[in-house]
Design a protein around this ligand. Structure first.
Ligand code: GLU
Length: 302
């Protein structure tokens, strides 16, 4: 019997640590238009797994901004803060495989370790073969080995040696919260996401996510990492750097600028919102996205 082809599915997964800004609009627009072009569903997931950094009012604000900008998503919005039981199940599967171990190291103890690819200390392996005497379990780490290769639809072939470039990474944190890397893998699989379009700042996380998918027997989505907007000093626009929130009263200039940023050629910046969306749905082409990791933030305020 021929298996039923499943419906393509993309997603936008903001963390509610601040209002939406131009950088997040690029990911929202790229993932939305790609899902539409594939004739697929587009989901919104609020990534509030790191609760101390998130605020419910930002989640409301993000959803209201998406709506005001003319985005429509399929189904209910998923909240990671309600999914702890599923993350725990995944950790149990990994425990049974013997690929995770309790770690008693504190942040201060790791501070001197050489840095991994994402700028965090690379775990030196202190608790890898059992907790040394005097240490108590604080977190759970995944024992990593091997290399991960994948072809990113925008950035091209990628290769990462997990042990050398990242090291054993945390899945359950010392504060009892699950880590983003585990949550995102479980959620993408549970939601049937088959293509992930997001900012290139996350490309170095992808090998970890593919490694986890393989251990958990989950399918690997296709990945497309879009350039991120950087300020004059080359720093990524982020809520942490207080990037200006989007103006919900006047969405089109920001939408047009985001479309240009992604390699599209909007006919004018004076479109009505419905005209913008009709044009954008017809004109989107992932192949036109600039194949670079970052681009300067355009000034669309004038
Ligand atoms: N929640 C992440 C962020 O806001 C995005 C994660 C993802 O798309 O995988 O940066």
């Amino acid at each position: 019997m021929t298996p039923l082809r499943s419906i393509p599915c993309g997603r936008f997964a903001p963390s509610p640590t601040g209002p939406l800004h131009f950088g997040s609009l690029i990911s929202a627009l790229g993932s939305y238009l790609e899902a539409q072009a594939r004739g697929g569903r587009w989901l919104v997931r609020i990534e509030d797994v790191d609760r101390p950094r998130c605020r419910p009012e930002y989640a409301d604000d993000i959803l209201a901004t998406l709506e005001a900008f003319g985005f429509t998503w399929d189904g209910e919005v998923m909240f990671q803060s309600r999914r702890t039981a599923r993350y725990r199940e995944a950790l149990e599967v990994l425990k049974r495989q013997g690929v995770v171990y309790p770690c008693g190291c504190t942040r201060a103890e790791l501070a001197g370790a050489p840095l991994g690819i994402d700028g965090a200390p690379r775990y030196p392996g202190t608790c890898r073969d059992g907790l040394p005497p005097g240490k108590v379990a604080r977190a759970w780490r995944l024992r990593v080995e091997g290399v991960v290769d994948f072809v990113d639809l925008v950035q091209g072939p990628q290769h990462q040696d997990l042990a050398r470039e990242v090291g054993d990474f945390v899945l359950l944190r010392a504060d009892g919260l699950f880590a983003y890397q585990l949550a995102v893998v479980v959620d993408d699989a549970d939601q049937g996401v088959d293509h992930v379009v997001r900012g290139a700042d996350l490309i170095h996380s992808t090998a970890r996510q593919i490694h986890l998918q393989r251990l958990l027997g989950l399918p690997t989505p296709q990945y497309a990492h879009l350039p991120v907007a950087v300020d004059a000093a080359g720093a990524k626009l982020s809520k942490q750097t207080r990037a200006a929130p989007l103006d919900v009263r006047d969405p089109v200039p920001a939408l047009v600028a985001a479309a240009r940023f992604l390699g599209m050629e909007p006919p004018s910046c004076r479109l009505a919102s419905a005209e913008f969306w009709a044009w954008a749905r017809q004109s989107w082409c992932l192949d036109r996205v600039p194949r670079v990791m970052s681009l300067p933030l355009p000034d669309y305020s004038r």
